[in-house]
Design a protein around this ligand. Structure first.
Ligand SMILES: *[C@@H]1O[C@H](CO)[C@@H](O)[C@H](O)[C@H]1NC(C)=O
Ligand SMILES: *[C@@H]1O[C@H](CO)[C@@H](O)[C@H](O)[C@H]1NC(C)=O
Ligand SMILES: *[C@@H]1O[C@H](CO)[C@@H](O)[C@H](O)[C@H]1NC(C)=O
Ligand SMILES: *[C@@H]1O[C@H](CO)[C@@H](O)[C@H](O)[C@H]1NC(C)=O
Ligand SMILES: *[C@@H]1O[C@H](CO)[C@@H](O)[C@H](O)[C@H]1NC(C)=O
Ligand SMILES: *[C@@H]1O[C@H](CO)[C@@H](O)[C@H](O)[C@H]1NC(C)=O
Ligand SMILES: *[C@@H]1O[C@H](CO)[C@@H](O)[C@H](O)[C@H]1NC(C)=O
Ligand SMILES: *[C@@H]1O[C@H](CO)[C@@H](O)[C@H](O)[C@H]1NC(C)=O
Ligand SMILES: *[C@@H]1O[C@H](CO)[C@@H](O)[C@H](O)[C@H]1NC(C)=O
Ligand SMILES: *[C@@H]1O[C@H](CO)[C@@H](O)[C@H](O)[C@H]1NC(C)=O
Ligand SMILES: *[C@@H]1O[C@H](CO)[C@@H](O)[C@H](O)[C@H]1NC(C)=O
Ligand SMILES: *[C@@H]1O[C@H](CO)[C@@H](O)[C@H](O)[C@H]1NC(C)=O
Ligand SMILES: [Cu+2]
Length: 561
């Protein structure tokens, strides 16, 4: 593939643009992802994990706004595979979005597929991950989208930047963990450690001291691009003795604010500026879970160090410690979430839909259905508006594009079938229905969606992710949403814009978006166990007028079922 490079007035043509050639203008970025097994040692034990190019986390993909990215994925493992480019809008290119059986059939063992998408109107940190089975536990990495050449950040340029990927590590094989849970109908085993760029730090019953060290110099500003790649846990992140200035979430700029603790849900990304205003020494970095419901989580604290470099190698550096917040620190989480506001500048306006064409109310929560082979004769499930989503066997996007009947029905309910006291403590009607149902939207329609947590089994925070769009988080509250009073409090001026948002435990979140991207777009809880249990649905957005408002044809190497 030929790429054109414009450099100081010279027009050069080079053979593509290889890897992070970030200093030059480059229209096409080529990446090759060999998905391979790799023996990896963590927590004093060695096991085989599925990786991109043998790396955990996978390689960072670097590109600029407006670039086209071509990622050739070669599946060398025994599992079916797809990769999702989380947060990338994929305007008209749903074929490259990646959720298995939603937009594509899997890349089967031995097969290859080239994802091909353009980074339109986005800059910041996003990430990629496997979107099938539980492979994303180890198949994930950061995506750095730099602003267009010559366009500055809307904040002072940091001295350096670093990617910080947070993850969860199981001593067991993750596929064995979820298979065991599906067989029993019960919750899966929690993870054994939280990792920071692949390292857990010192862990009980294990002498390993492997931890990630971030080396810095005093008196500088660093930008950390933080990604929560954990499967099932919302996380707190803090650095001893330092405040962090939040400048961007989910590749959208926010009004900068200072905090000592970041709260980040699976699927979310957060860019912070770290001012190195301390002296030589080590400062502990801690990552710990946030859970304000009676649900078992991995409470191990992941550790790393911030390391002020010193020229004196014989000096033993003292370490400044810090304790993670309590696991149930709802207040810290709430106050962080409330601080997030869109930058809403002239260059980066918040284009919040002011009117609503489709007003939707979705209950999100758990349920229990019969299962004769399960431990208790029943299995835990999850549902939106009482529908536990059933995965089709060919992708919804193909079924839509090629008009294949019998794969889905376009009758996903706009409201719960029966209203009830969603967050009351007497919720006993726990059975759900099953179905492969989508909600149809005309091109360019505006949507308001209330996500209402239910107290079925237990209330719980659900980080919801929408593919194909960013949305604005216009409102949030505890208890049941009140359609008469709550909309009066909506922020329609500078609400944060993102692709993943936590619905608070026993509460609700209101989002708005414009359906200006034709295709089939997944909406799901980003706690992997809840997705597995059926907490998912899809929007089908029709083509608009003409080719610029229509899905492009599928690529020739598109995987077959
Ligand atoms: C991992 O190590 C085991 C035991 O040494 C070995 O049998 C296996 O082939 C290794 N796997 C890979 C991918 O290297
Ligand atoms: C990538 O997709 C674009 C259309 O969006 C197409 O023009 C181009 O040929 C594709 N590139 C490759 C290498 O398939
Ligand atoms: C899950 O945890 C139980 C109890 O510790 C253990 O017996 C079982 O082997 C674990 N399952 C997997 C797949 O690791
Ligand atoms: C970080 O530094 C410690 C010693 O300060 C060392 O033991 C550890 O191996 C380092 N970690 C990495 C990933 O290099
Ligand atoms: C984690 O939970 C276990 C059992 O619930 C408890 O024994 C342990 O003290 C907890 N560890 C931390 C770091 O909170
Ligand atoms: C380096 O540190 C050692 C031990 O703290 C000290 O004795 C020595 O003077 C230091 N050297 C320099 C050049 O600062
Ligand atoms: C958090 O948990 C602790 C220990 O279980 C409990 O004492 C405390 O009341 C809880 N805090 C909140 C805000 O629920
Ligand atoms: C089976 O269900 C009962 C009642 O809901 C519950 O108390 C028990 O813990 C369940 N058993 C298992 C193994 O989860
Ligand atoms: C819903 O349940 C909560 C908790 O039990 C209760 O406080 C509230 O009054 C109930 N609301 C209605 C409308 O019944
Ligand atoms: C959900 O659907 C099931 C099966 O039809 C039904 O038994 C149950 O009452 C419904 N629950 C709610 C809350 O609508
Ligand atoms: C979408 O609708 C808005 C009005 O709600 C209009 O301003 C805009 O031009 C429309 N965009 C397209 C691409 O049709
Ligand atoms: C892999 O995907 C193909 C196509 O959907 C399917 O027929 C096959 O059963 C899948 N393999 C496994 C092991 O799930
Ligand atoms: Cu959830």
């Amino acid at each position: 593939m030929m790429g054109t490079v414009v450099l100081k007035g010279l027009v050069l043509v080079i053979l593509g643009c290889l890897l992070p050639a970030v200093l030059v203008q480059c229209r096409i970025r080529h990446y090759k992802f060999n998905v391979v097994l790799k023996n990896h040692t963590r927590l004093c034990s060695t096991k085989e994990i599925v990786t991109v190019n043998g790396k955990y986390p996978g390689p960072t993909l670097v590109a600029r706004e407006d670039d086209t990215v071509l990622v050739k994925v070669v599946n060398h493992v025994k599992y079916n595979l797809t990769i999702h480019w989380h947060g990338i809008r994929q305007i008209r290119t749903g074929w490259s979005d990646g959720p298995s059986y939603i937009t594509q059939c899997p890349i089967q063992p031995g097969q290859t597929y080239t994802y091909n998408f353009t980074l339109t109107g986005q800059r910041g940190t996003l990430w990629y991950h496997a979107h099938i089975l539980w492979l994303r536990a180890t198949v994930h990495g950061a995506i750095v989208i730099l602003p267009k050449l010559g366009v500055p950040y809307p904040f002072p340029k940091p001295h350096k930047e670093a990617v910080v990927v947070l993850g969860e590590w199981w001593k067991s094989d993750v596929e064995a963990v979820i298979n065991e849970a599906l067989k029993s109908g019960l919750a899966p085993n929690v993870s054994d450690a939280h990792t920071i760029n692949g390292f857990p730090g010192p862990v009980k019953n294990c002498n390993s001291q492997e931890l990630f060290n971030l080396s810095v110099r005093p008196g500088k500003k660093y930008m950390l691009r933080i990604v929560n790649a954990a499967l099932n846990e919302e996380l707190f992140f803090k650095i001893a003795g330092h405040q962090l200035t939040v400048v961007e979430v989910d590749a959208t700029y926010v009004k900068p604010f200072k905090t000592d603790t970041i709260v980040i849900s699976p699927g979310q990304t957060t860019n912070v500026i770290l001012e190195t205003n301390k002296f030589a020494g080590k400062y502990l970095v801690v990552v710990s879970p946030f859970m304000d419901a009676p649900i078992a989580v991995d409470n191990a604290t992941g550790l790393a160090t911030l390391h002020y470099a010193t020229s004196n190698r014989s000096t033993t550096l003292a370490t400044t410690l810090t304790a993670p917040p309590p696991i149930n620190a709802t207040q810290i989480s709430d106050s962080f979430t409330k601080s997030l506001k869109a930058l809403n500048s002239n260059k980066f306006p918040a284009l919040v839909p002011q009117t609503v064409d489709h007003s939707l109310f979705f209950t999100v929560g758990l349920g229990v259905n019969p299962c004769s082979t399960c431990v208790n004769g029943s299995r835990v499930v999850a549902a939106i508006n009482n529908v536990t989503f059933v995965m089709p066997t060919i992708s919804l996007l193909q079924a839509h594009y090629f008009n294949i009947k019998g794969v889905f029905t376009a009758d996903f309910p706009a409201n719960p079938p029966t209203p009830f006291n969603y967050t009351g403590n007497q919720v006993t009607n726990v059975a759900t229905t099953t179905g492969t149902r989508v909600y149809k939207l005309p091109y360019n329609a505006t949507v308001q969606l209330i996500l209402q947590d239910t107290a079925m089994l237990t209330p719980e925070n659900h980080p919801f992710h929408l593919h194909g769009f960013n949305f604005f988080v216009v409102g949030r509250g505890v208890g049941n949403y009140n359609p008469n009073t709550d909309p009066k409090k909506f922020n329609l001026v500078d609400p944060v814009e993102r692709n993943t948002i936590g619905v608070p435990s026993g509460g609700w979140t209101a989002i708005r978006f414009r359906a200006d991207n034709p295709g089939v777009w997944f909406l799901h809880c980003h706690l992997e166990i809840h997705t597995t249990w059926g907490l998912k649905m899809a929007f089908l957005v029709d083509n608009g007028k003409g080719p610029n408002q229509s899905i492009i044809p599928p690529p020739t190497d598109f995987p077959k079922c």
